[in-house]
Design a protein around this ligand. Structure first.
Ligand SMILES: Cc1cc2nc3c(=O)[nH]c(=O)nc-3n(C[C@H](O)[C@H](O)[C@H](O)COP(=O)(O)OP(=O)(O)OC[C@H]3O[C@@H](n4cnc5c(N)ncnc54)[C@H](O)[C@@H]3O)c2cc1C
Length: 485
């Protein structure tokens, strides 16, 4: 019997677990380690953050689902990897530390034959002074943060109802943030909520981000074909901000969040600040802090992980100027070059370089988005990696055969811009490929045929439908495979 050990039960890890368990017979084991007892459909956290949904509508308990599937589940966090075993254990193993109330703090070793690291991001609030829900700003990254943010928003709305004016600052809290799309969704859901509660005239809404221009979204922006002409996502996004009365600050590295004021540096080196009554600023991401040790118990973390904590896989990590970036730099199989039985999927793998053009302020501060890794690609790469590992466990292949490069993959994303089944809207975007390929598509880097953007009510319905569809799938209910990643 061989064991596939999966670290992390988020979008990527849980997808890998579902597929691997359904494909492997009872001869092999699939084991999941994750610190949270709940599964969270993170994209709907933005709706928790406005009070449109409650945390229990975006979560469910993982243990009963894994019990139904026959997947041993350890509510614990992985602490260290030992890919060669150690002096007492000949097999590779992972040290885990329990987080469940019954066993909190206890350490255990779990051996594996194959390992998937799907531990997602560490929310690195410490990178910016004063950033985060324990300090001076709010977040929607977890359902707990989002619920706290909803209370703060409600308080702000009550003040507006009493006649006070409020400034709401929404965006990214560091020069190297990703996930601009999530902050964008939150911005427009707040704007919608303010209108719904008839206090929009009392609010100044300000967007702040590290993008070079609106509509970059960490993907270097995109060209889309609309009504017979080609336009850029910057034009599309600026129109939306103008139409909904949102001010914007781009090219900003947030340096410090104080109570009621955020200080930032711009690409041209200016030091500025914006005052606010409410600030929802996403943190930058790093990898979760896993260490790695060889058989002699020497620290080999730097051989498995990039300095930012993300796992090195089969990408080309050689440092190159922007002009020399190639689609081939991007990983295809997500296999560790050092240990062939280790894989990293979702946010946990180290991208070879950004997608947006790197920019540095005149003072030398890097200010540009790091690559977005949204749910659909995370799920697709997790599925492909699970299939590859299953083949290897069953002896059908000796190496990964399926590929899932972001430079050969398209993505669809629906960004909510107001949640209501009659008056809501959402921006529906498709993009192909995610990483631009200027060799194949010299003018725009992407296939215009498959790269589109449209805003409307239908997008909201689809977003809402997908909320239920993905929760249904994650609960492994009958025919869950019909729901795509
Ligand atoms: C507010 C918000 C809104 C978003 N909206 C969208 C959207 O509309 N569409 C979209 O496509 N994408 C969206 N995204 C992005 C999407 O959520 C991510 O792409 C996706 O969650 C990545 O999946 P993942 O499995 O890599 O990471 P996660 O889903 O974060 O999962 C990581 C898992 O690892 C676990 N873990 C952490 N540390 C350890 C450890 N030491 N050991 C074991 N397990 C560990 C975590 O508890 C978690 O279960 C949004 C993100 C945010 C923050």
């Amino acid at each position: 019997m061989a064991r596939l050990l999966i670290l992390g039960a988020g979008i990527a890890g849980h997808t890998a677990a579902l597929h691997a368990r359904s494909l492997l017979g009872s001869n092999h084991e699939v084991v999941v380690v994750s610190p949270n007892s709940q599964w969270n459909w993170i994209p709907s956290n933005i709706w928790v953050g406005t009070g449109y949904m409650k945390p229990e509508q975006v979560t469910f308990a993982l243990a009963p689902v894994y019990q139904k599937l026959g997947v041993p589940f350890y509510q614990a966090k992985a602490v260290s990897l030992h890919p060669e075993g150690d002096s007492r254990q000949s097999k590779p193993f992972v040290s885990i530390e329990y987080t469940s109330s019954e066993k909190r703090g206890q350490i255990e070793q779990l051996t594996y034959d194959y390992l998937i690291n799907a531990t997602g991001p560490k929310l690195n609030f410490d990178a910016t002074a004063g950033l985060g829900p324990e300090k001076n700003s709010l977040s929607v990254c977890t359902y707990g943060h989002a619920a706290q943010t909803a209370s703060a928003l409600e308080e702000s709305i009550q003040r507006m109802k009493r006649g006070e004016r409020q400034t709401l600052l929404i965006g990214t809290g560091h020069g190297n943030c990703t996930c601009q799309g999530a902050a964008f969704e939150y911005l427009f859901n707040v704007e919608f909520e303010l209108r719904r509660q008839r206090v929009r005239d009392k609010a100044r809404l300000v967007w702040i981000s590290n993008e070079a221009e609106l509509g970059d979204f960490g993907m270097g922006g995109m060209f889309i074909k609309r009504g017979g002409y080609i336009t850029h996502s910057r034009v599309f996004t600026e129109s939306l901000y103008t139409e909904r009365g949102v001010e914007w600050i781009t090219q900003a590295h947030v340096k410090e969040v104080l109570c009621g004021e955020t200080a930032y540096e711009t690409l041209d080196g200016e030091e500025k600040s914006v005052k606010h009554d409410f600030a929802m600023l996403l943190p930058p991401f790093s990898g979760v802090s896993l260490r790695a040790y060889n058989k002699a118990n020497e620290d080999i973390t730097s051989q498995l992980f990039a300095p930012n904590g993300f796992m090195l896989v089969d990408g080309d990590y050689a440092k190159k100027p922007y002009d020399e970036w190639k689609p081939e730099d991007w990983p295809e199989t997500y296999q560790s070059p050092k240990y062939k039985n280790i894989f990293a999927v979702g946010i946990a793998f180290a991208p070879p370089h950004p997608i947006s053009k790197p920019m540095t302020s005149v003072k030398g501060t890097p200010i540009f988005p790091t690559p977005p890794r949204t749910g659909m690609p995370s799920g697709v790469m997790a599925r492909q990696v699970a299939y590859n590992i299953v083949d290897m466990m069953k002896g059908k292949a000796s190496e990964p055969t399926r590929k899932a490069s972001l430079a050969r993959m398209g993505a669809a994303c629906i960004a909510s811009a107001g949640a209501n089944s009659l008056s809501g809207s959402a921006v529906s975007m498709t993009i192909y490929p995610i990483v631009p390929d200027f060799n194949t598509y010299p003018d725009t880097g992407r296939a215009l045929r498959y790269t589109s953007g449209e805003i409307g009510l239908a997008g909201h319905w689809i977003k809402h439908l997908l909320h239920f569809a993905f929760l249904y799938k994650a609960k492994a209910k009958p025919l869950w495979r019909v729901v795509p990643e």
